[in-house]
Write a protein that binds this ligand. Sequence first.
Ligand code: SAH
Ligand code: SF4
Ligand code: F3S
Length: 444
Amino acid sequence: MDQSFFVKTYGCQMNQYDSEKIDELLVHNGFKKAKNLEVSDVAILNTCHIREKASEKFYSDLGRLSIFKKNKEKLGEKMQIVVMGCVAQAEGQEVIKRNKLVDYVVGPQNIQTIPKLLKIKSKAAIHTDFLCEQKFSSFPKSYLEGTSRQITIQEGCDKFCSFCVVPYTRGNEYSRSVEQIYAEAKNLVKNGALEINLLGQNVSSYKSYIFDKSKKKLVDLSKLCNILSSLPELKRIRYITSHPSDINDELILEHKNNKKLMPFLHLPVQSGSNKILKKMNRKHSKENYIDLIKKIKCEVTNMAFSSDFIVGYPGETDDDFQETLDLIDKIGFASSYSFKYSPRPGTPASLIKDRIDDSILDKRLNKIQSTLNEQQKNFNETSLGKEVDVLFTNLGKKNNQYVGRTPFLQPVHVFSSSNLVGKILKIKIERLTSFSFHGRILDS
Ligand code: SAH
Ligand code: SF4
Ligand code: F3S
């Protein structure tokens, strides 16, 4: 009988992409999907190491899962547990030391080996080489259908921010070839995608080459977006995440000239204090960031911005934190994420003794989140009463309800008796409840 599998995903969109790929790869190899982890023959946990909370969540799920495995074994049934992703890469052998019922530990650049490992039933093994090239050439053509899809265009990161594990868990920066990305995008569009989100931890430093009339030409992110926009059925292109020191003029111009490139930029700043930015090894100052945003807004007037913030980096004083609040005030973000600093094993920042008290971390997080929520509300309110283009991607929770996104990624709920999924429609925005809109289709 075919073996069944289930993948649970933690962490970022790059992990979501990898999970999708593993799903397709296993189906391609004759495995079938199970309803959940507990009933599967092969339970796969695709893990995240970015903050302590993320990796502890995985370990507690793993604890629960291994009880299921033990019970199954008592009944003479088998379960294989695969731990893949960033915790697998960072902790390797440690994962098996902490839980002996794990069968395989597979880093993010090794996931293509999973079907083979399962078939030959090799014993508990750690697979943590960085094999980006093999990874991407091993995936079968995607069969999944969907209106909004994603493509990893780049792996790894060479920035080495002092707090961050990504350069260690995903390895050096690696950009996929233009041909490979284009072929993948073409197939997604064939399967119904109207929107593609280009993924990487640092997509603004994407770099590849094409041969044009036997001349070698550099393709950066702006050029890649330009090439992809030639697919007629593709209506929206997004990318995430960019780094403030890598945004070039060409990318800004592409936003200005290419209507398929959405006017929404996630541009993490982390802190508004130059002292802290320097300690974080962020390679940009507060002024660089503000000037960049001004420059972009000057060229692309409707561009909206979101960001990531870390509060309580070691040595952050009240004044440093105030500088972050001032920066937020100055920019006005459409939405943002903020996190308490979490010391991560193996990172330079984790060695700094000067830790901030938990109670101060909580206070600062509360303050920054209420400020950012207020800004998000203000930004959303500017759309009330307006007509906006909405790409519908999902069914809503209620009968005849559909959910879509505006160009600025705001969710919109609309009732309709006909199916809206896969359509881009002009919607009149009538109401705002917490962070999502309610609207109606305009009579055409
Ligand atoms: N490549 C992106 C995102 C990296 S991870 C960038 O350059 O910004 C996503 C976010 O997690 C980061 O932007 C940062 O805000 C947060 N993060 C990363 N490491 C962290 C840590 N050790 N503690 C708290 N937040 C962290
Ligand atoms: Fe981490 Fe910095 Fe790289 Fe982003 S740019 S992934 S925060 S090291
Ligand atoms: Fe987490 Fe790895 Fe993504 S650490 S945020 S899953 S790159």
